[in-house]
Design a protein around this ligand. Sequence first.
Ligand SMILES: Nc1nc2c(c(=O)[nH]1)N[C@H]1C(S)=C(S)[C@@H](COP(=O)(O)O)O[C@H]1N2
Ligand SMILES: [Mo]
Length: 263
Amino acid sequence: MANLILSRRSFLTASAAGASSLVLAGCDQFDFLGQRDHQVRDFLERANSLTYQAQRVLAGQQSLAHTYDESEIRQPQRPNGSTDPQTADYLALKANNFADYRLRVTGLVENDLSFSLDELRNMPAQSQVTRHDCVEGWSCIAKWTGTPLGPVLDQAVPKASARFIVYHCYDTMGGGLSGPEAYYESSDLIDGHHPQTLLAYGLNNQTLPVSNGAPVRVRIERALGYKQPKYVHTIELVDSFSKFGQGQGGYWEDHGYDWYGGI
Ligand SMILES: Nc1nc2c(c(=O)[nH]1)N[C@H]1C(S)=C(S)[C@@H](COP(=O)(O)O)O[C@H]1N2
Ligand SMILES: [Mo]
């Protein structure tokens, strides 16, 4: 898909006219919206989310999250949400310093994949200093190190029917009447292939600690804190969220948060 380059003025004019007339106008920059079978267009129709539309159109698909200098790191990454998972599988892995950890890639892919931590660490590494924004009202600048997810997805070869990526985590939340619910998150394939999306195993020049998601968490840098899944064990490509949790695409989405969660 061609990169969308729009001036702020043409976006404002276009948005005043409303999203549906954009499609009818057949404006060059929005050509993809006119293609009946286009994944993004399908999604826009279904999601009905202005944040998602505005961000994808205005910022472009691969616009980068702001990065900082290491000197701008002022405090450790504040652990939030689960900080010490107690599921049996996780405790067993942790007891052995994650030597038996495998990250699985499965679902609507041609090749099911599985990687040990050493294999992930031997893949091309990338570091970035970014700001994590939690909806609870705090931010932390931190340096994340890992391997980009995009090439891993390429190696798995997503099927044409794959539309979303579900990130399954080891920890559970809640534990009320409905019982514990596994933490999970999801993104579209655009964010999966974004150049800053990492399978992160390092934080601030150290091994990623348990409190921040050891051994592997995903960083999706243009999204809010709850879209940064920790303790990830499986990456599943899917065509719908309906069979996971309450079907909204993530633990917090199931409890009312917005799915896109863009910054
Ligand atoms: N598996 C898992 N991932 C998670 C959470 C969680 O509870 N479990 N909390 C989310 C929220 S709300 C935030 S703000 C960040 C916190 O990441 P941190 O502990 O590294 O600061 O992780 C997100 N990812
Ligand atoms: Mo958060």
